[in-house]
Design a protein around this ligand. Structure first.
Ligand code: DC
Length: 232
């Protein structure tokens, strides 16, 4: 059967990964969370006191960073590994969210991550979420979704997620972090967040996860049929 690439981009905390995971499960595709890769780099840079404005330090540190994903059968989810160590929980913490946009705006960091992401998708059959997937990483993706949601709703969802992991952060702080990240992500020079011309806009402020997964899966089925009929 013909396999496609589904690129899901959008603002921070608007449910991209939840939707992407659901769609990947429905189609039997792999799922790659590219935000986790930038978070893992940020974690490494933080622990190794890398000066973000020093290209030599950044270059050396990047050569020491090896990111992979491993499926955890017990938890039924894929987890992020940094140099062989599971960092899935650590990279979701607030101190990493506070730093990740600055780290991911560094051109050399982006080039290294984009190259790895392109290798991961060379056999297609993949759902990838991030900020520049439909515009840079896979500009030829057969299906592109651009997700957005009301900022207050996004902040509430993110606050709940952090709470479930034991971090109690007030709504204003969470909202400020989202707005700061949105600003850096949309205004950086390399791979800024923007809707690709051929992306489908999905505002999920008032949608359930099931509705989002169904909608994207239906679009994917249509695209797969088109590819089968007409080629890519
Ligand atoms: O999806 P997330 O919130 O976990 O992503 C964390 C940060 O990583 C986000 O603020 C911007 C950056 N990012 C990026 O620049 N490009 C991507 N493809 C994915 C994430």
């Amino acid at each position: 059967m013909s396999k496609i690439i589904i690129a899901i981009d959008g603002y921070s905390s608007c449910g991209k990964s939840t939707t992407a995971k659901g769609v990947a499960a429905q189609l039997g595709y792999a799922y790659i969370d590219t935000g986790a890769m930038y978070r893992a780099v940020s974690l490494y840079f933080h622990h190794h006191f890398v000066t973000l404005t020093n290209p030599k330090e950044v270059h050396k540190a990047l050569s020491e960073v090896h990111i992979s994903f491993q499926y955890n059968r017990m938890l039924n989810k894929s987890e992020t590994y940094l140099n062989g160590l599971c960092v899935e929980d650590e990279i979701r913490k607030m101190y990493i969210s506070d730093r990740v946009s600055e780290v991911s705006a560094i051109v050399e960091v982006r080039r290294a991550m984009v190259a790895q992401q392109q290798r991961m998708g060379r056999h297609r059959g993949l759902v990838m979420d991030g900020r520049d997937i439909g515009t840079m990483v896979f500009a030829d993706a057969e299906l592109k979704i651009f997700m957005t949601a009301d900022p207050i709703i996004r902040a509430q969802r993110r606050q709940q997620e952090l709470l479930e992991k034991g971090e109690l952060i007030d709504l204003e702080t969470v909202l400020a972090n989202l707005q700061k990240r949105d600003h850096i992500d949309t205004t950086r020079s390399e791979g800024p967040l923007r809707q690709a011309d051929d992306a489908v806009l999905l505002d999920n402020s008032h949608m359930t996860v099931e509705e989002q997964v169904e909608l994207v899966t239906n679009l994917a089925d249509q695209r797969i049929s088109q590819v089968v009929r007409n080629g890519r």
